[in-house]
Design a protein around this ligand. Structure first.
Ligand code: F6P
Length: 358
């Protein structure tokens, strides 16, 4: 009997989602003769009647799709089924309606592409739906537990690196300190990787406790060696790791740590400093080859797991291998940058200041 599986994307968009949807659909079709249904706007599509979902035709999902950013299914990071935001500002448990929506689709399994928060919610929702569920990790933040890579991270790092490549000439031409604030939520993965790849002088992440005084000293020391400009990368949550460094109410006209830092560096060093907040530019690009590969490998593995009768698992990347792990060993945890790990050691070895010493 032909089986039918569903796929949805949930949480913030990132590069590689379309490539993932394509890989799942192609594997289901070519590998098992299954049909795939795409659910719109994450779990929110399950609230519509009829459910907002469409059969995906493998013949129409050409390679061009794998090159496109975003997700053609749509997504949401504002639709927790168990505390759904209502128009009057209240929160309502709408998980029952969503489970009903899933039943309407008569699926044999569901694949959800999401970050830690989405995977947590989907696992809980699917437990009440009696439907096999497999998760695929995606997030530019790369903080999903038990996988070294999440889809979207490689592209975000490439964009942040390119931003540094573009900021450096302006810094050098104007003798300025150029501060780049990157995303990452509570983790500094994008910042440390882009900082190394883009030749930053200073990288500030939430996992390493830093002080403004140490950053000021490093910028001053660079000046003494004849350098007239500096590149500083700061993760969006870096300030929050150190209340003494960035008091929440002390941001000059902007809540961003990048603006705050540029302002403080200017005051402390007398040098011109400018901040660039990279923001959602990090999410929307055509995926790198690495993200396309990851999407293909994860998509294939997720379908194969359903075919093998597996459920409640997440596919992942570990030690150059595609793995799968129980979702209970993923959700509710977060994989932040290891302060003693290879990237931190590499940064220190290159002389990059992490703000914890001058
Ligand atoms: O989790 C991905 C992410 O881009 C974070 O890096 C960032 O903090 C957040 O989402 C931004 O969310 P929104 O798109 O809702 O502004």
């Amino acid at each position: 009997m032909t089986k039918c599986i569903g796929i949805l994307t949930s949480g913030g968009d990132c590069a590689g989602l379309n490539a993932t949807i394509r890989a799942v659909t192609l594997r289901a079709h070519h590998g098992y003769g299954w049909k795939t249904v795409g659910i719109s706007h994450g779990t929110n599509g399950l609230l519509h009647r009829p459910v907002a979902a469409e059969p995906l035709d493998p013949a129409r999902l050409g390679a061009v799709l794998a090159r496109q950013g975003g997700t053609f299914l749509g997504t949401t990071n504002r639709g927790n089924p168990f505390a759904f935001p209502m128009p009057d500002g209240s929160k309502k448990d709408r998980s029952g309606e969503m489970v009903e929506g899933l039943r309407e689709l008569h699926l044999d399994g569901l694949i959800g592409v999401g970050g830690d928060g989405s995977l947590h919610i989907l696992r809980r929702l699917l437990a009440g739906a009696d439907l096999p569920f497999i998760g695929i990790p995606k997030t530019i933040d790369n903080d999903v537990f038990n996988t070294e890579r999440a889809i979207g991270y490689s592209t975000a790092v490439a964009i942040a690196t390119e931003a540094l490549d573009r900021l450096q000439p302006t810094g050098a031409s104007h003798d300025r300190v150029m501060v780049l604030e990157v995303m990452g939520r509570d983790a500094g993965h994008i910042a440390i990787a882009a900082g190394i790849a883009g030749g930053a002088d200073v990288v500030l992440i939430p996992e390493v406790r830093w002080t403004l005084a140490n950053v000021v000293s490093r910028v001053a020391a660079l000046r003494q060696t004849g350098r007239t400009s500096a590149l500083v990368v700061v993760a969006e949550a870096a300030g929050q790791s150190d209340d003494a460094a960035v008091p929440a109410d002390d941001a000059p006209g902007s809540p961003g740590v990048g603006q705050w830092l540029a302002h403080r560096l200017m005051k402390a060093t007398g040098e011109e400093a400018r901040a660039t907040v990279l923001g959602h530019v990090q999410r929307g690009a055509p995926p790198t080859a690495e993200d396309r590969l990851l999407a293909a490998a994860f998509g294939v593995k997720a379908v194969d797991l359903l075919a093998a009768g597996k459920a409640d698992r997440m596919v992942g990347w570990w030690n150059r291998t595609v793995i799968d792990v129980p979702l209970e060993k993923v959700v509710g945890r977060s994989r932040t940058v290891d302060p003693d790990g290879a990237l931190i050691r590499t940064a220190r070895a290159l002389g990059i200041c992490l703000g914890d010493q001058t």
